[in-house]
Ligand binder design. Sequence first.
Ligand SMILES: CC(C)(COP(=O)(O)OP(=O)(O)OC[C@H]1O[C@@H](n2cnc3c(N)ncnc32)[C@H](O)[C@@H]1OP(=O)(O)O)[C@@H](O)C(=O)NCCC(=O)NCCS
Length: 177
Amino acid sequence: MTIRSYKGVEPKINLNTYIDESAVLVGQIEIGADSSIWPLVAARGDVNYIKIGERTNVQDGSVLHVTRKSNSAPNGYPLIIGDDVTIGHKAMLHGCVLGNRILVGMGAIIMDNAVVEDNVIIGGGSLVPPNKTLESGYLYVGSPVKQARKLTEAELAFLKVSADNYVVLKNEYLEEL
Ligand SMILES: CC(C)(COP(=O)(O)OP(=O)(O)OC[C@H]1O[C@@H](n2cnc3c(N)ncnc32)[C@H](O)[C@@H]1OP(=O)(O)O)[C@@H](O)C(=O)NCCC(=O)NCCS
């Protein structure tokens, strides 16, 4: 079983969502309509929860996890991802909050309590350190990330196009099932 419960709590997955059969989803995970989870994604909602919005795609080999409650972090750090987010191949998202219409480049790492506001691009291979906030409307690159420049109108439009492309793609995959 690749979709399984932890302490009796099972992932809640919308009917229109595509989950590749090689992905592993455990525990308290909620995935909104028209989202897609691609091969070899590992998402573990055990010591805290994971929430993924609508029309968001999590590409191959990405790892999603969370941080438990503690004295220094009374709520711990859940992982919350908004709508129309594209998460590139082999990204690592840990206990962070992502808004809407974001591109997380391939292999990027986003750490606990980081916040990515709406309409942001994070370059491939970048590292977003704990507690950092990425401001809406900008490109961020590097390890640790630095604000590189404002996004162009074309790039801002592309964020939605990218998410929509993946909705079409996952519908094609759903037809194969
Ligand atoms: C971030 C990205 C969109 C930037 O593309 P771009 O328009 O060519 O960027 P720019 O030319 O404006 O680059 C700005 C600066 O950041 C640097 N840069 C670009 N991408 C970078 C990256 N991933 N890591 C580090 N630096 C990067 C550029 O070299 C440039 O540096 P300079 O000003 O010193 O010359 C692109 O490089 C990228 O990483 N895309 C991710 C694609 C992806 O993973 N998609 C998901 C899978 S489908």
